[in-house]
Design a protein around this ligand. Structure first.
Ligand SMILES: Cc1cc2nc3c(=O)[nH]c(=O)nc-3n(C[C@H](O)[C@H](O)[C@H](O)COP(=O)(O)O)c2cc1C
Length: 220
């Protein structure tokens, strides 16, 4: 797939077949993704790929906590409020997502089900977790974001679906237990990845973007 086509056509997928992604495919995506730039090539990211029994353990544990409305303790706290401009973008996107899935804004039960599906890796057996050492700071988080975008585009180019997810790093103690990591390793993001159901409404959502003229200013 040509790069501009990949950038223009990627979208988050949120409904997968109950299958693992073969290791060779993950290796291909990750080895290309590791070409991401980073501050002085510091390569601050660390990557854990979860499949099989590990995914079963994580999914069961985090799903239970989420269904009990446990707020969690993400290593990088989730924002509690947003400036108006971002709030408006998020409101529009939320509306579009629920409309695409034919869910009414007032249908609290269905909305909770959809939210909880996050913690089941949206049905996939595979997720990729990105974490870094506590000694690293915002520049390393920025580097890790570049790695993550490579992974998302690589998955798309390989014909797979993926969704970057803050929700699945909401309970990082479970992840440190699953991956046998010390407290000093801090989780940035998870990415559910898999064979997506092509006809699922959840996989046919086309989010909008602010127009180029409103997003960019040129200075001659
Ligand atoms: C840092 C970050 C965290 C995200 N967390 C979640 C999440 O927890 N659950 C989810 O369904 N989508 C999550 N998303 C996906 C966004 O909702 C999605 O990227 C956005 O709505 C734009 O849609 P698109 O990816 O289809 O272009 C996250 C995206 C990013 C970059």
């Amino acid at each position: 797939m040509e790069l501009f086509e990949a950038m223009l056509t990627r979208s988050s997928k949120r409904d997968f077949e109950d299958k693992p992604v073969p290791k060779e495919t993950i290796d291909k995506i990750l080895s290309a993704s590791l070409r991401a730039p980073s501050w002085a090539n510091s390569q601050p990211w660390e990557i854990a790929v979860s499949t099989g029994k590990t995914s079963e353990f994580i999914k069961k544990s985090i799903y239970k906590l989420a269904s009990e409305d446990n707020p969690g303790n993400p290593d990088f706290p989730f924002p509690v409020s947003w400036p108006d401009k971002q709030n408006a973008n998020m409101f529009e996107t939320g509306k579009l997502i629920y409309e695409s899935m034919d869910i009414s804004r007032n249908d609290a039960a269905k909305r909770k089900d959809i939210a909880l599906y996050n913690y089941d890796f949206f049905g996939s057996q595979t997720a990729i977790f990105i974490y870094m050492d506590e000694k690293l700071g915002i520049w390393s988080a920025l580097d890790s974001g570049m790695l993550i975008q490579n992974i998302l585009l690589g998955a798309h180019a390989a014909g797979l679906g993926a969704c970057p997810q803050a929700y699945i790093v909401r309970y990082p103690d479970i992840l440190r237990e699953a991956f046998k990591l010390p407290e000093s390793k801090k989780f940035l993001l998870g990415i559910s990845i898999g064979f997506y159901k092509k006809d699922s409404a959840a996989n046919n959502i086309h989010t909008s973007r602010v127009e180029l003229k409103d997003a960019v200013k040129y200075y001659d």
